[in-house]
Design a protein around this ligand. Structure first.
Ligand SMILES: [Zn+2]
Length: 290
């Protein structure tokens, strides 16, 4: 599933290939990916120029300008397998291409989504602001102070806390696992009971992992590709995610997998020791369900 680095890569691709261009026509091939009426979606956005691209967490908003009309926004959620690519109009359509946004005569922006959890929506400025306000601070922009105060007195697994988009926007399973490994924190630790030094280490780990993954254009599991259709390059750098049973790159112990709130978590039992406030029983039962 695309997380912050993948969405940021798509955003940077759109800046390069689509910014400043006019959407001359819109064809909705599968109305299920549009929020609201597809006819209204096309009518509201056709003929407008893409004048800015904003991202918060995993959400993207393209600002679309028209003469003598207030701006509108194309709000995008890539969901599990959503892809945006810019293609020549004569290039045959890949299966599962649901929306075509013509960029002049020769090229088009194509939205493809195999699992169809992604959504496109035509919005006013107020609606975009409201959607962005529902998200916590962006995980690449959050200040240390905001991060530490959001951890304070929180219970539950820190892995779930990191993935709660209302508290911190942008992390999913991959980068939450990787950040916890870099910080040396067990995924079942409680945010409010982690030491101040470790909490600061986690803040720095999140930033470091995300910055590095953005530099390498993200990780390609399932279908993620960038605007040119290329996969990301971060996968060989993964330290724990989907490496169950493989040796830890730091200490050599086998990476373990447990299930937390229905999601797999990968960690090194040597580098991320179980804190005393996490009962041994709980880890054992989580292991059995994995
Ligand atoms: Zn280790």
């Amino acid at each position: 599933m695309p997380e912050l680095p993948e969405v940021e890569t798509v955003s940077q691709g759109l800046q390069k290939r689509a910014l400043g261009r006019r959407i001359s026509a819109i064809e909705v091939r599968h109305p299920g990916v549009i929020i609201g009426s597809p006819e209204q979606f096309a009518a509201e956005l056709e003929g407008r120029a893409i004048v800015s691209i904003r991202r918060k967490g995993k959400a993207l908003a393209l600002e679309l300008e028209a003469e003598n009309a207030p701006p509108r926004y194309l709000l995008v959620r890539l969901g599990m397998t959503g892809q945006f690519t810019v293609s020549a109009r004569e290039t045959p359509l890949a299966p599962h291409t649901h929306v075509l946004l013509a960029l002049g005569e020769r090229e088009e922006l194509r939205f493809r989504d195999v699992r169809r959890f992604g959504r496109l929506r035509s919005c006013t400025r107020e609606e975009v602001e409201a959607a962005f306000d529902r998200l916590g601070p962006d995980a690449q922009q959050v200040t240390e102070e905001q991060f530490l105060s959001a951890m304070r007195s929180r219970r539950g697994a820190i892995k779930s806390w990191l993935m709660n988009q209302q508290l911190l926007a942008g992390l999913g399973n991959i980068y939450a696992d990787e950040s916890l490994f870099v910080a040396g924190i067990h995924p079942l630790a409680q945010p409010g009971r982690v030491s101040a030094a470790k909490a600061r280490r986690l803040f720095r780990a999140v930033r470091k992992v995300l910055d590095h993954a953005v530099k390498l254009q993200g990780t390609s599991f399932r279908d993620y590709v960038d605007i040119e259709g290329r996969p990301g390059n971060y996968e060989p750098r993964l330290r724990v995610y989907q490496r169950t049973g493989e040796p830890c790159r730091r200490c050599g112990r086998p990476i373990r997998r447990i299930v937390i709130a229905g999601r797999s978590s990968h960690f090194c039992p040597g580098c991320q020791p179980r804190p005393r406030h996490v009962a041994k029983m709980r880890v054992a039962s989580a292991d059995r369900s994995a």
